[in-house]
Design a protein around this ligand. Structure first.
Ligand SMILES: C[S@@+](CC[C@H](N)C(=O)[O-])C[C@H]1O[C@@H](n2cnc3c(N)ncnc32)[C@H](O)[C@@H]1O
Length: 305
């Protein structure tokens, strides 16, 4: 007979997510899924716009189940004050087959290959890397950059192709990641051998998530909310996966951070905004070397003389 699991689902606002997830991991002894399908979306106000997050935990269907669900309810009652105005609904329980579990949330966060060498691996998933794999461990935290969004993939592919084509040979490439989010691009650069790697974000919460992910991956990245104009150094590669309007607004400053012969990788650009961004960068002195696209998204790769 198929093994069954009890999937316990809680809807919760952001301040409760981490606490609840930790509690559920301890109570269930299994991983939890934090539904971040709304996380990797470009929105002017970022994830704060999404009122709630879905947290799911998996319990054995046994004599303990009722007590476990009651414990989750007690946890929600005890932490109601963190939910602010939001009325916390009771946990929902669904009995699912093992095979549904395996092909459900786990499939959404299974290790994924990007480019020739990168593998984005959720922390809880076992994975046997090949000799040349560069594995990036990520916990889907409250920051953009799980590796599932086309713009993140396009930036990772561009970064890899710049490094693999030896265009950074003869020096240890320095990389600046503007709008680092989860830190995924900065971590990837460090794994490719870049140093120093600097990651900035206007969102301090993203910097906190990026810091955890850098520790998880044992890489050194200088992370901060420092505005671009206060960064003095020049970089072999500058990455910026932010909105088209912001890219154009920051065009002069971004271009000024690229070292001679270095690259500027821009994404976060919807296809219909491609021309707008090209026009915005037309007076920066950089040359457009390549345009890559996936779905409705575009990535522009510029080079300095
Ligand atoms: C689309 S996410 C990209 C995350 C990650 N770099 C990736 O490629 O998946 C954009 C990030 O840029 C940050 N951001 C937006 N405008 C910014 C700005 N002007 N300066 C620095 N960071 C900014 C946001 O807070 C967000 O974390």
């Amino acid at each position: 007979m198929d093994k069954t699991w009890a999937e316990v689902t809680c809807e919760t606002p952001a301040p409760l997510v981490d606490l609840l997830a930790d509690f559920l991991v301890e109570l269930s002894g299994n991983g939890v899924s934090i539904d971040n399908q709304n996380l990797d979306t470009f929105s002017l106000d970022g994830i704060a716009e999404s009122p709630t997050t879905t947290v799911r935990a998996y319990f054995a269907v046994d004599d303990q189940l009722d007590e476990n669900v009651a414990a989750v309810q007690r946890f929600l009652n005890d932490h109601r004050h963190l939910a602010g105005e939001f009325e916390l609904p009771p946990p929902m329980v669904a009995i699912i087959k093992e095979e549904d579990w395996a092909t459900g949330w786990r499939q959404h966060f299974s290790p994924s290959r990007i480019g020739r060498h990168f593998v984005i691996k959720p922390t809880w998933e076992p994975f046997s890397p090949l000799a040349d794999d560069l594995v990036i461990e990520l916990d889907p935290g409250m920051a953009f950059g799980t590796g599932t969004h086309p713009t993140t993939k396009l930036c990772l592919e561009a970064l890899e192709s710049i490094f693999l084509s030896q265009r950074t040979a003869g020096e240890t490439p320095a990389v600046l990641d503007v709008g680092t989010g989860s830190g995924i691009l900065a971590i990837a650069a460090a794994k490719l051998g870049a140093a120093p790697v600097i990651g900035t974000d206007i969102d301090p919460d993203a910097i906190a998530v990026a810091r955890e992910n850098c520790t998880l991956n044992d890489v050194t990245v200088a992370l901060s909310t420092t505005p671009l104009q206060e960064i003095a150094e020049h970089f072999t590669v500058v990455l910026a996966n932010i909105l088209a309007e912001d890219l154009v607004r920051m065009a002069t400053e971004l271009a000024a951070k690229v070292a001679p012969g270095g690259f500027l990788v821009l994404s976060g650009i919807l296809l219909e905004r491609e021309r707008f961004v090209m026009d915005g960068f037309s007076t920066t002195g950089l040359s457009l070397r390549a345009t890559t696209r996936e779905g409705e998204w575009s990535c522009l790769i510029y080079q300095a003389e």
